[in-house]
Design a protein around this ligand. Structure first.
Ligand code: GDP
Length: 428
């Protein structure tokens, strides 16, 4: 029995979906512990591409139990679409279990998210406008009581919750945004309609997980977003409204920290970021464009072009500490294949001082000058390589440098999007 947490080292999109899919092959249970449909995992199986925003990527294995934990927020429309889409492609969702405690993203959350971002104008914090932030805000506010998945099992209860919410939301809409008030009944009907297909999957996922641990199951906890989007440990305020870090896996499932055996920190061999916020190693130039095109760096969820840059070793070292990482999952090595030289940021200079970890006041990142170590590139195709020894020496030297910075080994090196394009090197 082992419990492994998979967590992103950067600002999301590190390729966690591929590695989760890979580890799910040997797992009995895959759990999502936080976030909502602002995540976007792409998994390629037999040339078929699956884009999953909410449902854990373990769903592609028929025997694997897939859990959406207490810490997630769920948009019933998105869930219904994803569920129906998978079912239409012949993927059964019978093994899906959804925590009744997970909060529901309601139509008014999406509306408020968009109105709030519009009102911020140039000072936008770069949300996906999917209502995730407003749903988590209501969860923390507690009163009026928001809608949770349990409430989708009882229409009268759902109506009562929506009435309570709209009494407040309509005042906000009118006074702050000069927007039309919303009516209770259409919202209840809409959400109730989407919930019908998935309601049978709602249950006490915490009890289920404890049972599975007691039975000796192998469990993979699938993070969404990345370390530097964490509400507390990210580049605040340009962060998400939940906890993508490994500690979030405990909060979002009810498992205690000692239940976790290993933490696989997934990092690209370069860095990307979507939306606003500081990004010291950004290459807003030809290098950045080349990485974007070779790595197909456009958001899975929004289609937005991702900002691209060199690997930020300072952020990597910090992410290892925050997550208690036991090994690295290095992805997209192949994207750097054609480059003559490759840079890695090994320190920042801020106000004349050197930093080898990200300062806790992450707003200071916008003043950071990256200090790079230049490495020779390998100028050849790595996408067919399956054994570590067969990688070109320069690529192995690059991996070694990242291991040295991180202080933990790279247990997985990925050289393409396919399941088979993976080099396994020892324990997680
Ligand atoms: P996630 O949210 O962390 O799962 O990341 P995304 O799915 O948004 O982005 C990762 C993208 O890179 C997806 O399109 C994957 O299919 C793809 N991918 C994952 N690993 C590799 C790799 O090693 N090489 C290449 N070229 N693509 C990869």
């Amino acid at each position: 029995m082992a419990v492994t947490v998979i967590v992103g080292a950067q600002w999301g999109d590190e390729g966690k979906g591929k590695l989760t899919d890979l580890l799910a092959a040997g797992a009995d249970v895959v759990v999502r512990y936080q976030g909502g449909n602002n995540a976007g995992h792409t998994v390629v199986v037999d040339q078929e591409e699956y884009k999953l925003h909410l449902i854990p990527s373990g769903i592609l294995y028929p025997e694997t139990l897939c859990i959406m934990g207490d810490g997630t927020v769920i948009d019933p429309e998105c869930l219904a679409q994803e569920y129906d889409g998978l079912t239409r492609r012949g993927i059964s969702c019978d093994n899906l279990r959804i925590s009744g405690n997970a909060h529901v993203i309601m139509p008014y959350h999406r509306l408020l998210d968009a109105l709030q971002e519009d009102a911020r104008g140039a000072a936008s914090i770069g949300t996906t406008r999917r209502g995730i932030g407003p749903a988590y805000t209501d969860k923390t506010a507690r009163d009026p009581i928001p809608v949770r998945m349990w409430d989708l099992l009882d229409k009268r209860l759902l109506r009562r919750r929506v009435e309570g919410q709209l009494a407040e939301k309509n005042t906000l809409l009118r006074t702050l945004y000069d927007a039309e008030p919303l009516e209770v009944e259409p919202i209840v009907e809409e959400v109730w309609g989407y919930a019908q297909g998935v309601a049978k999957h709602v249950c006490d996922t915490r009890a289920l997980l404890f049972e599975r641990i007691a039975a000796g199951d192998d469990i993979v906890m699938e993070g969404a977003q990345g370390t530097f989007l964490d509400l507390d440990y990210g580049t605040y305020p340009f962060v998400t409204s939940s906890h993508p870090v490994a500690g979030g896996a405990c909060l979002g499932t009810g498992l205690g920290p000692t239940a976790i055996d290993s933490v696989l920190l997934v990092t690209k061999t370069y860095t990307t970021r979507v939306g606003s916020g500081p990004f010291p190693t950004e290459q807003d130039n030809e290098i950045g464009n080349l990485i974007r095109e070779r790595g197909r760096e456009y958001g899975t969820t929004t289609g937005r072009p991702r900002r691209c840059g060199w690997l930020d070793g300072v952020a990597l070292k910090t992410a290892v500490r925050i997550n208690g990482a036991t090994s690295l999952g290095l992805t997209l090595l192949d994207v750097l294949d054609g480059l003559e030289t490759v840079n890695v940021c090994t320190a920042y200079e801020i106000d004349g001082h050197r930093h080898i970890v990200v300062p806790s006041d992450a707003s200071r990142l916008s003043e950071a000058t990256p200090i790079y170590r230049e490495m020779p590139g390998w100028c050849c195709d790595t996408t067919q390589v399956r054994k570590y020894e067969d990688l070109p020496q320069a690529a192995r030297d690059y991996v070694s440098l990242l291991e040295e910075i991180a202080g933990v080994p790279a247990s997985i090196v990925s050289v393409g999007p396919g399941r088979e394009q993976t080099i396994r090197r020892g324990p997680l």
